[in-house]
Design a protein around this ligand. Structure first.
Ligand SMILES: [Zn+2]
Length: 315
């Protein structure tokens, strides 16, 4: 099985009222944990890579591991660039074999975002690759992207329609209250479902039938893994995410892709901390990395059931 684009995945997800999980990858154990969980649930999946992760993994290893995952699992797997910041990076990723790229021009002025996104779309479409873009600003921190809470702005529905029309982008990440990183909310999490519904309705009226929406910053920040870190020497204080029920509601609406990075990181780090704390004389990396791979698998299975609803999407 070769890597696939997200086109068919999103069509099915929209109609089936579920979303595809987009998990950030950094190494082999993370990839295997994610894909093993998806295999058990018979679910399609998006493996996504930030520019930082691409540097860390190195393009040749990344490509070989992603292709191995698709081959071994037989699942539909898309390899996606998360938060691409330039056409040059997009070109590099397409050369490596990515099937989907995000261009994030959300920090530019609107007209500049339209212009740059359109350039990326034209380039990618000519090569059979799909594009995700972003409109509105999410608060929080993700790799090289930092936005203060007071600078965050929700996506304007009319602008979303104009943007999709003018850029031809395949899916759109919107800001409706999710946030990047482990420290998402001071008070209670709140998602603007009315805004999501309005955006979908206006897109539909403009002729964009079943248009896929993307949610970034959608980790639930599983308190079990936060506790696992903190009980074993970690200091992760006040971390809070988006409740699974809210995300499941969004995935039953137009949201077809839900990004989760923090939860994977916490599962891996918590598992390693716990294993080493409980087995101080152990020094075989396969033991603690194997333990973290197992916990990531379990986490992904739970995400498929509680957040995404994508079990048996391969059928
Ligand atoms: Zn993001």
């Amino acid at each position: 099985m070769a890597l696939v684009t997200t086109k068919k995945m999103f069509d099915k997800a929209f109609q089936g009222k579920y979303a595809i999980g987009a998990f950030n990858i950094n190494n082999m154990e993370i990839i295997q944990g994610i894909v093993d969980g998806c295999k058990t649930k018979n679910s399609a999946v998006i493996l996504q890579v930030s520019s930082g992760a691409m540097k860390y993994m190195r393009p040749d290893y990344l490509k070989a591991l992603a292709e191995a995952a698709a081959k071994e699992s037989g699942l539909d797997i898309a390899l996606h660039l998360d938060h691409g910041d330039s056409l040059d990076l997009v070109k590099k990723c397409i050369e490596v074999g990515f099937t989907s790229v995000m261009f994030d021009g959300s920090h530019y002025e609107y007209e500049e975002n339209v212009k740059l996104t359109k350039e990326v779309v034209d380039y990618a479409h000519a090569r059979g690759v799909v594009v995700e873009a972003e409109l509105g600003k999410l608060a929080g921190v993700e790799d090289e992207v930092k936005v203060a809470a007071h600078e965050a702005t929700y996506t304007d529905p009319d602008q979303a329609v104009d943007f999709v029309k003018r850029t031809g982008v395949d899916s759109l990440a919107i800001a409706i209250g999710t946030s990047h990183g482990a420290y998402k909310f001071k008070g209670e999490a709140k998602l603007d479902f009315d805004r999501l519904e309005t955006i979908t309705k206006k897109l539909e009226e403009a002729g964009f039938h079943n248009y896929p929406i993307v949610l970034h910053g959608a980790s639930s920040v599983d308190q079990n893994f936060v506790k696992m870190c903190n009980d074993n020497g970690g200091e992760i204080n006040g971390a809070k995410g988006v409740p699974a029920e809210m995300l499941r509601k969004a995935s039953a609406m137009a949201v077809c892709k839900i990004n989760m990075d923090t939860d994977i990181r916490l599962a891996m780090t918590g598992s390693i901390r716990k294993y080493l704390a409980e087995n101080p004389s152990q020094f075989d990396p396969r033991k603690y990395l194997g333990e973290s791979r197992k916990n990531i698998e379990t986490l992904v299975e739970a995400k498929i059931d509680e957040v995404l609803g994508s079990a048996n999407s391969m059928n």
